[in-house]
Structure formats: structure tokens, C-alpha cells
Design a protein around this ligand. Structure first.
Ligand SMILES: Nc1ncnc2c1ncn2[C@@H]1O[C@H](COP(=O)(O)OP(=O)(O)OP(=O)(O)O)[C@@H](O)[C@H]1O
Length: 575
């Protein structure tokens, strides 16, 4: 939690005001019982009405000032805590954006969402509360004790009995509550995870009649969350009545012993009334502090989760000094590349070496799980290689800034990811200043013009979230057009033609050939038809290169390629 305090630096002025206003409000509040004691001991005893009215007037004024100052405290405390929340969400978002896919996978997107929303809110609330209570309660406690002792030293001994009991209760509750708070945040993660999975996979859930199953899965997680919440609630519910009982017994003891002292002539009635009020203030401040002590562990759990994200450094870093490529052409070279996913026993790619030249199409084919997509994802440095090198125009990609590297690339992922907004906005995603003519040209090449024209608003038609109002093939074509608009040096197509029919697939590849004649094209594909025309085909088998050549060459001599071709011919024939 202490780590979070450094994030409050920009709010020093507001924090200062919170402390000053709290201090002033408490001074006024602490003065009130003294004035009341004067009304009783001087005004009422001497039947001096004007003294009573005058002192009463002061009391009214001081109460009003204390209220106004407290409003000020609330105002500035909210400014600080909500400002902290905004800053923290921004910091997390920017930090997470720089993560490599490895770090994303380490946390999981559900947990990252919970951390950026729920955990930030927990810390924000505690910062808000701490500003009010942690300044108010200690000041009130010190002031209350000082004034109570100065009123009657002997009567103050009552507190000696009450305070250790209160401290013990706070200690026990805090110790029990911390594990529950930690569990509660993990259970929030679980709820987010299930919700995310079910909402994004709603079609599959319905098609497989798993609505009831998912309902049960959600209910279990939901009830688990509730049960932990109830356990925390029970602890709190137990703590406050106990504290109030202690407070009331302390008051009874004060009245009891105070009455005895009045009887003995050692104390005045007004003095006792003031003492009772100071005692209430002391105990209230202790209750406030105990609440803070219980809230802090909860915030601590969340603060730790936020820190975990903030302290996780991306394994992929920009070089200190960028090496400039001599000639920017888009020549890609893999040199003995080996890669394994974190925690995996075996490498996914082993000793992979090949080149992909500008003006040529290099296709990668292989059975599912052979490592094709992984290979492609190493080029934009979504992951870093374990050993070996990847070079672009002779420069190791580790020595190129990530932004420079990615500017050279037009990546079309396996699953077309579109964003809510217009078609034009989606196509300008990689080139903000693309003209309408450039957009239309890209749509034309991607064989997407027809269906875009058919829409009433053409390229200004709105796409729903993740392009849900489009067919799979339409999404793929827009995703291809988005890459084309950038006119990059290197195109990376990750099985991007799989949702297209054979005719569109072939028309698209022909158009690509003419439009991107100088670019390096790397295509990952499952279909032999898609790779047939490529200048170079790389056959990948269990992460290793099993053959390189043209379609004809491989057909003549590569058994794995022959098997792939045969299986697809048989498949087509039987289909
Ligand atoms: N993020 C990941 N974390 C851990 N292992 C992964 C990850 N992504 C893929 N793998 C594993 O790496 C292997 C290769 O996966 P990859 O997606 O590269 O295969 P692929 O050849 O593209 O398959 P497909 O044609 O089915 O898309 C698989 O065994 C897969 O289980």
C-alpha cells in the first residue's frame, strides 16, 4: 500500500488542504465540549442568561465552521482519490499495452480487466477514506486525550481498561480478514473470466445447449464470491457491536466514577459532561482508526495486485541504440531460430532457417499445431526467440525499435479483429491519413468492394463490436484491406484466406500479386491451393523445416508435402 503513496505526488496541494481543513475542523469540534461545560458550570450555576446565549452563539458558529471545513475535506479528499484512480487506470493501461504476449498470458485478460477496474476502485476508496479518517482520527484522539486528561486525570484512568480490549479486537479482526480479502479479489477475477468466456462464446454456448451448464458454472463462482463476502461481513458485523458495547461501558464507568467525584466535590457537573463528550470523541476516533486498519489490508491486497502489473517489465525491449537498415526493402531472414512458450517443455520451433525476399511470396504450410502462426508472430516481436536470429534487411529485429519494425509490417491475424466504428475508421487503423481513394483501392484488392458498396453508407457503414455484423469471410477481407492500406514492405498473412471460397481466394491472391509486387509476402496456410503459386513454400513439421521449394519441386520429392496434397485432394474428392 505504501507503494501507492508515491502515486499521490501530483496531489500534494490538495492533500495539504485536507490536513489543514481537518485540523481546523477538529480544533473547533474539540472546543465545543469546553464551551458546553462553561454554559453548565458558569451560565446555569450563576443563572447568567446573557452568558448562556453568548456562549451558545459561539457554539453554533464553531459547529457551522466545523461542518463547512468537513465539507471542504470531503471535496478535496474526493479530488485526490478520484484523480488517483484515473491516473492509476491510465498507468496500468499504458503499461499493459507495452506487454509482450508472454506477459499478457501470464496475467490473463480477465485478471488484467479486474485489476484495472475493481482493484483500482478498492485502493481509490481506501485512499478517500484514509484522508478523512487517518487525519481526523489521530488528531481527534490526541486532542481528546489531552483535553480529557486536563479536565480530570483520575477519571482518564478508565481509558486504560478500555483501550487494550479495543486494540485486541482490531488485531484479531484484521488478522482474520486479510486472507478473506485476498480470496475476494481472486474470486472477482474468476467471475470476470467466466463472464468474458460466456459472453464472447455465446453462440457456442447456445449451439451446444450449454446454457444451463454455464449458468451453474457462473452460479458456483457467484456464490463462492458471496460466501467470502458474507464471511467478511460477519466479521465486521461482530466487530462494531462489540466496539459500541465497549464504548457504552466506558461511558457508564465515566458517569459512575464521575458522579462519585462530583459527590466528593472533586468535579463539577459541566466538567463531567465535557469529559463524557471527549471520551466519546476518543472512542469514535478509535473506531474510525480500527475501520481504517481493516480496510487497509483489503487495499493492500489490491495494491499488491496493481504493483505486480506495474512492476512486470515487458520482456521485449527497444534497443538503446537503433541500428538503421542500409536499404529498406523488406528482406526477411530466419537464422537457426528456436522458440518455446514460457513454461513449455518442448520448443515449438527448432533450428528454423529460411529467407523471404521482396517481390516474392513465401508460403508456410504444415499440419495444425506445427508452429506456423508462432513463426509468423516472431517477426513483429510478439514474442522473442529463445536462440537464433531474425533479420530484416540484414539487421537483427532486436536492434530495431518496435514501432519502426511494426511500421514495416502489414499483419493479418488468423482471427480477423475489427473494432466498433465505421469501415473507413477500421481501414485507417494502420494509416490515419489514408485517403478515400487509398481505402477504395485496398478494398478492391481485398475483394471487399462489392459487399461494402452494397451497404447504404458504403465505407461509412458502422461496424458493431468486433465486426459482429459481418460474415467471417467479410471480416477477413476487411482485415486484409486494413493491412493493404498501410502499403508495408512485408505482409504477414496468418491463415487469412481460410474463410474465403476458392474463387475469391484465388482472385484475391492474383490482385495481391499485382498490387504488392515489390513487397515481401509471407503466407501461412493450410490449403495447398493457397500456397501453390508461391515462389517458395516452406513445409513445417513439428516445429522443424521439413522441406523448401516450389509446388512442383516439393510435389516431386517431399513426402510430407505429398501427404498434405494427397489428403486435401482426397478430402475434396470425397467432399
Ligand atoms: N500462447 C501459447 N502458449 C503456449 N503454447 C502455445 C501458445 N500458442 C500456441 N501454442 C502451442 O504451440 C504449438 C504451435 O501452435 P501454432 O498456433 O503456432 O500452430 P499452427 O501451425 O499455426 O496451427 P494452426 O494451423 O492450427 O493454426 C501448438 O502445439 C500450441 O499448443
Amino acid at each position: 500500500m505504501l507503494d501507492m503513496i508515491k502515486h499521490l505526488k501530483p496531489y500534494k496541494a490538495q492533500l495539504f488542504l485536507v490536513v489543514i481543513f481537518s485540523l481546523a475542523a477538529i480544533l473547533f469540534e474539540l472546543y465545543l465540549p469546553t464551551l458546553m461545560a462553561d454554559i453548565v458550570d458558569v451560565g446555569i450555576v450563576n443563572q447568567d442568561v446573557s452568558f448562556i446565549l453568548q456562549t451558545g452563539g459561539w457554539m453554533l458558529l464553531f459547529s457551522l465552521l466545523a461542518i463547512l471545513l468537513s465539507v471542504g475535506v470531503s471535496y478535496f479528499a474526493s479530488k485526490v482519490s478520484f484523480g488517483f484512480g484515473r491516473d492509476m487506470r491510465k498507468k496500468l493501461f499504458v503499461h499493459v499495452e507495452n506487454f509482450s504476449l508472454q506477459e499478457y498470458e501470464k496475467f490473463g485478460s480477465a485478471s488484467l480487466i479486474t485489476r484495472t477496474t475493481n482493484d483500482v476502485k478498492v485502493v481509490q476508496d481506501v485512499i478517500n477514506m484514509m484522508q478523512r479518517m487517518m487525519t481526523r482520527a489521530p488528531l481527534m484522539l490526541i486532542g481528546g486525550v489531552f483535553l480529557a486528561v486536563s479536565r480530570d486525570r483520575y477519571l482518564s484512568l478508565v481509558f486504560l481498561a478500555a483501550l487494550p480490549i479495543l486494540a485486541l479486537i482490531i488485531f484479531i479482526v484484521a488478522r482474520k480478514a486479510i486472507p478473506y480479502f485476498s480470496a475476494l479479489q481472486k474470486k472477482t477475477d474468476r467471475l470476470t473470466l467466466i463472464l468474458r468466456e460466456v459472453l464472447t462464446g455465446i453462440r457456442v454456448v447456445r449451439a451446444f445447449n450449454r446454457v444451463e451448464f454455464e449458468k451453474d458454472r457462473f452460479n458456483v463462482a457467484n456464490e463462492d464470491f458471496r460466501d467470502t463476502g458474507i464471511k467478511i461481513g460477519k466479521l465486521m458485523a461482530l466487530m462494531f457491536p462489540i466496539m459500541l458495547i465497549i464504548m457504552n461501558f466506558t461511558n457508564i464507568a465515566i458517569v459512575w466514577f464521575g458522579a462519585m467525584r462530583i459527590d466528593q466535590g472533586d468535579m463539577q457537573v459541566g466538567n463531567l459532561l465535557a469529559f463524557i463528550q471527549y471520551a466519546s470523541m476518543i472512542l469514535m476516533s478509535l473506531i474510525m482508526l480500527s475501520m481504517a486498519f481493516i480496510m487497509i489490508p483489503r487495499a493492500q491486497v489490491s495494491a499488491k495486485r496493481l504493483n505486480e502489473v506495474l512492476l512486470t517489465k515487458s520482456t521485449i525491449k527497444d534497443p538503446d541504440q537503433e541500428v538503421q537498415t542500409k536499404q529498406s526493402e523488406g528482406f526477411v531472414e530466419f537464422k537457426d531460430v528456436t522458440f518455446r512458450y514460457e513454461g513449455a517443455e518442448r520448443p515449438v520451433l527448432e533450428g528454423v532457417s529460411f529467407t523471404a525476399k521482396p517481390g516474392e511470396t513465401t508460403a508456410i504450410i504444415g499440419s495444425t499445431g506445427s508452429g506456423k502462426s508462432t513463426l509468423l508472430q516472431l517477426i513483429p516481436r510478439f514474442y522473442d526467440v529463445e536462440s537464433g536470429d531474425i533479420l530484416i534487411d540484414g539487421v537483427n529485429i532486436r536492434n530495431i525499435k518496435q514501432s519502426t519494425l511494426r511500421d514495416k509490417l502489414g499483419y493479418v491475424p488468423q482471427k480477423a479483429n475489427l473494432f466498433s466504428g465505421t469501415i473507413a475508421e477500421n481501414l485507417r487503423y494502420g494509416k490515419e491519413d489514408a485517403t478515400e481513394a487509398e481505402i477504395h483501392a485496398a478494398l478492391e484488392t481485398a475483394q471487399a468492394s462489392d459487399f461494402v458498396q452494397k451497404r447504404d453508407e458504403g465505407i461509412q457503414s458502422k461496424l458493431e463490436q468486433v465486426g459482429s455484423n459481418l460474415s467471417g469471410g467479410q471480416k477477413q477481407r476487411l482485415s486484409i484491406a486494413r493491412a493493404l492500406v498501410r502499403k508495408p514492405e512485408i505482409y504477414l498473412f496468418d491463415d487469412s484466406f481460410s474463410a474465403l471460397d476458392y474463387k475469391t481466394d484465388s482472385k484475391l491472391r492474383q490482385a495481391l500479386k499485382t498490387e504488392t509486387s515489390h513487397a515481401t509476402i509471407i503466407i501461412v496456410a493450410q490449403r495447398v491451393n493457397t500456397v501453390k503459386a508461391a515462389e517458395k513454400i516452406i513445409v513445417l513439421n513439428e516445429g522443424k523445416i521439413a522441406g523448401v521449394g516450389t509446388h512442383q519441386e516439393l510435389l516431386a520429392e517431399n513426402t510430407i508435402y505429398q501427404e498434405i496434397v494427397a489428403s486435401q485432394e482426397n478430402g475434396e474428392a470425397s467432399a
